[in-house]
Design a protein around this ligand. Structure first.
Ligand SMILES: CC(C)(COP(=O)(O)OP(=O)(O)OC[C@H]1O[C@@H](n2cnc3c(N)ncnc32)[C@H](O)[C@@H]1OP(=O)(O)O)[C@@H](O)C(=O)NCCC(=O)NCCS
Length: 178
């Protein structure tokens, strides 16, 4: 699996669930500060996410990867792809999440996570994929456009009582991400 200096990517195992949940909550607070109400971000629950990640990794209907720091093996990012949930049904698969802590962004690990997911999707005979991104996330949108994602329609995603406007990006052939 690819690496950049002291960072590398590997498939997640069930024992990673708590660390992924902690990074998940931390990344949401970093990424969506100012985009989502502070009370929604303050209310994010690590324990609920730990259960969700345990279930998801154990059931293997989706593929989850973690970005780890060498040495301690500390998890600093993650990504998940799997069956279509919220993007248009004409795509074969959905990129369900991709998050890196701010201090490891911009070092090629986002591209490496996309490559790992593309390989997993190809291995499951999935050709096309899409994701949803917050419409007001210029950094992530620029990243997806740089990697060849084609902008599709808009939608919304509910977090507690807050609706965030989303934009779809799709790849008709995920092998371009390999
Ligand atoms: C979005 C994210 C996953 C990208 O990962 P990253 O490690 O920062 O990006 P990389 O360093 O792998 O960049 C890969 C390529 O995209 C380019 N790129 C990254 N951001 C870009 C942007 N905003 N506009 C244009 N190009 C961009 C890089 O220059 C690099 O180009 P190259 O490989 O051709 O030299 C990461 O920044 C992140 O986790 N952000 C916060 C969480 C988030 O918004 N997640 C998305 C939720 S939908």
């Amino acid at each position: 699996m690819p690496d950049a200096g002291d960072l590398s990517i590997r498939p997640a195992v069930v024992a990673d669930a708590l660390a992924i949940a902690e990074v998940h909550v931390a990344c949401w607070r970093e990424t969506y500060a100012g985009m989502m109400p502070a009370r929604v971000l303050a209310g994010l629950d690590v324990e609920a996410r730990r259960h969700m990640w345990r279930r998801s990794i154990r059931h293997r209907r989706s593929d989850t990867f973690v970005c780890v720091r060498q040495g301690g093996g500390c998890i600093v990012g993650f990504a998940e792809c799997g069956p279509v949930r919220a993007v248009p049904k004409d795509f074969d698969a959905e990129i369900l999440a991709i998050y890196l802590l701010a201090d490891v962004q911009g070092q090629g690990m986002g591209r490496a996570l996309m490559r790992a997911m593309a390989a997993a999707m190809v291995a499951r005979a999935k050709r096309s994929a899409a994701l949803r991104v917050a419409r007001d996330s210029p950094g992530a949108r620029g990243f997806y456009e740089h990697l060849g994602g084609i902008e599709g329609g808009e939608g919304s995603h509910r977090v507690d009582d807050f609706n965030i406007v989303t934009t779809v990006y799709g790849w008709s052939d995920v092998s371009v991400l390999l």
